[in-house]
Structure formats: C-alpha cells, structure tokens
Write a protein that binds this ligand. Structure first.
Ligand SMILES: CC(C)(COP(=O)(O)OP(=O)(O)OC[C@H]1O[C@@H](n2cnc3c(N)ncnc32)[C@H](O)[C@@H]1OP(=O)(O)O)[C@@H](O)C(=O)NCCC(=O)NCCS
Ligand SMILES: CC(=O)OP(=O)(O)O
Length: 327
C-alpha cells in the first residue's frame, strides 16, 4: 500500500490537530484547506484572520472552515498561562517580561501550543530558517529520555514509493561526534520502521572498511561500533561509501561480508554538509521526492519544511507529523 494511504488509515478519525505558524503563506493555506477537506487532520493556522482570508482569496482558497488563531489577540488568561509555563520550562533562562516578548514569535507560540497539549504537532519552516523553526522545540519540547540530540531525517522516494529510503541527518547537527552520530543512526532506524522501511543502516564515508585513513573516517568507524552496541537488533554497518552501500555489485566487491552493503535502506551522513547537499542532489538530479526534515527523538513532533517546499510537500509532512504524534 502507498505510504500516505497507510498513514491516512493510521490517523483517520483521530482528530489530530497540527499547528502551522506560517498561516499567511499560500503554500501553507493551500495544504491546510486540502488536509481539512480530505478529513486527514485538523489544521490550525496562526496569523491575523483578516490577513489569512486576504491571502486565501487572492489564491482562490476558501478558509471559512479552518481554525485560525491570532497570537496578537490571544485570550489574556490563556496567554498568561503560556507565559508562566514557558518561564517554568526555561528554568531561569527567561524572565516573565522576556517570555512575553519571545512568545510573540509564531514559532515559539506554536511550539508552546504543542508543549501545552493544545495541538498535537507543528509544521513550520517554509519561510523561516531551520534555526528559527527548531530552536523553540529544542528549548521547550526537548528530546526524549535516552536521546541527547534531535536530528533531521528525510524519506526519499521515487516511483510512487517503489523505491523508498531514509536519509539523515540532513538538517540539524553540523558536526556530530562519534557518539552523537551513533545515536542518529539508531534513531534513524526507528524512524525508518515507523514509515514502513526495513532498516539496513549504512554509515556513510568516503572510505569503505579502511580503504582510506583519516580522522573523519575514524569517526564514522567508531560511530558504527557504538551504534551496533547501542542497538544490536538493527543491521548497521560502516564505514561505507555510497556506491558500496547502494550498488549490490560494488557492495559485494568492497565489503563482501557486510549485511548492509549493496542493500542499504537508511543512509547516515557523517556531518551536515554532506547530508544536506546529498539529499538535495538526490531530490533535484535524481527525481526523488524528499519528505522532511522529520525531527527525530523529540518528546512531541515538530517538523521543519525546506523553504523550497511546495504545497504537496506541506500536505505530506503534516501527515507524517500527525503519525508521529500517535507514538
Ligand atoms: C539546530 C541549531 C539551530 C541549534 O543551534 P543553537 O540554537 O545555536 O543551539 P544552542 O547550542 O544555542 O542551544 C540552544 C538549545 O537547544 C539545545 N540543542 C541544540 N542543538 C540540539 C540538538 N541537536 N538536539 C537537542 N537539543 C539541542 C541546547 O541544548 C540548548 O538548550 P537549552 O537552551 O535548554 O540549554 C544549530 O545547530 C544549527 O544552526 N544547525 C544547522 C541548521 C541548518 O541550517 N540546517 C540546514 C537546513 S535544514
Ligand atoms: C532542509 C533544508 O535544507 O531547509 P532549507 O532549504 O529551508 O534551508
């Protein structure tokens, strides 16, 4: 079954609420109107209602049935409660006065709605940078017990899902340590399972099994060992070059004893430059659909769109975020 048909079945009838802080952006409004009409989930747009309506009208959308919250006119008692919860969560890192200022930012406001359980997840980042989008989640929602770093994964699919892989970290950790990379690998295997990908995890490098020597290669080899110890239930191998991971004949030649080489489904990049460049090359040269970044390891789901996303990307990432909220 198509991934999104199966996700629709999972989230159907659960009345899952997803907040979109960029409620006056046409690609967001278009996706929200379709999500509501298809009865996939309950979208909540942030913004001034008259502005949302104006943008919708210009773009031929009808938004009458959508919930719109204007942070500027949010009910005083509810805002006071939000401010108090923020100050408490930041434990001395923000005063009440600072909190009132910070919460004017729609990404902070939306993240607080998620934290307070008033909505189930958030999708943002189509206008804002990744830092602006995810920093509130890192500070407020924070990572699950046992996870020290969140990371950003993409579902990469082609041929309506006949080929489907997971790429990570393509969004968050600029230069993870071996320990952090190992954790990213394990979280990526879990994310893959959630989205019907049987995880065979390749720890990518420019070297395969010692064919090159450098501190960067050593980091990936060490991360592989740590990940294998952390999660022996998963097939995780490295360090592997991309061709050795993906092409069966090259995998057999370069890493003949590997359970992953030549058939990897989860590709873990050694640092963010290669991860972010790698997914965009597959997307733009290879015609893969890139759905994400899906933030892994957070207590509640927050997803960060690429600024290059289209309406369909928003629609699909919202479904993924809704499915994560059921975990
Ligand atoms: C994600 C990012 C914005 C965080 O940067 P930052 O805000 O400067 O991070 P800081 O080190 O100041 O930490 C801020 C808070 O987030 C937490 N944090 C930072 N990175 C984290 C991570 N990967 N996982 C979990 N928590 C994290 C810190 O512990 C800190 O929490 P605290 O305030 O409660 O102590 C930064 O790593 C970044 O810019 N990454 C690249 C993003 C990017 O451009 N990607 C390409 C496009 S997708
Ligand atoms: C994920 C990503 O690269 O986001 P952006 O294109 O917005 O920088």
């Amino acid at each position: 079954m198509d991934l999104f048909e199966s996700l629709k079945e999972k989230i159907d009838g659960k009345n899952i609420k997803i907040v979109f802080p960029e409620g006056v952006e046409p690609r967001i409004i278009g996706a929200a109107v379709r999500l509501k009409a298809d009865q996939v989930l309950e979208p909540v747009l942030l913004g001034a209602p008259e502005e949302v309506e104006e943008v919708a009208k210009k773009n031929g959308f009808h938004v009458e049935s959508l919930q719109v919250i204007d942070p500027e006119t949010y009910e005083t008692a509810a805002f006071d409660e939000m401010v108090a919860a923020f100050v408490e969560r930041r434990k001395g890192k923000a005063t009440e006065e600072q909190a009132r200022q910070i919460l004017k930012d729609p990404n902070y406001f939306g993240t607080m709605l998620v934290y307070l359980g008033l909505v189930d997840g958030m999708v943002s980042g189509i206008i804002h940078s990744t830092g602006e989008t995810v920093r509130p989640a890192l500070q407020i929602i924070k990572t699950k017990p046992g996870v020290s770093r969140t990371s950003g994964a993409f579902i990469m699919q082609r041929g309506h899902g006949s080929e489907r892989y997971l790429f990570s970290d393509c969004a968050i950790n600029i230069d993870p340590s071996a320990q952090e990379l190992a954790e990213i690998a394990v979280e990526s295997a879990k994310t893959a399972e959630l989205f019907d990908i049987e995880p065979r995890v390749a720890m990518l490098s420019f070297s395969t099994k010692g064919s090159a020597k450098s501190p960067q290669v050593d980091k990936v080899a060490e991360a592989t060992k740590i990940a294998q110890e952390l999660a022996p239930e998963y097939a995780i191998d490295g360090e592997l070059q991309f061709d050795a991971s993906y092409v069966p004949s090259v995998g057999a030649q370069k890493a003949p004893d590997s359970k992953v080489a030549g058939k990897a489904t989860v590709y873990v990049f050694p640092e963010l430059q290669s991860g972010n460049i790698g997914y965009k090359i597959a997307q733009r040269f290879g015609n893969f659909e890139a759905i994400g970044p899906i933030l892994q390891g957070l207590n509640k789901p927050v997803s960060d769109l690429s600024r290059g996303a289209n309406e369909e990307d928003v629609y699909k990432l919202a479904m993924i975020t809704a499915a994560q909220s059921l975990l």
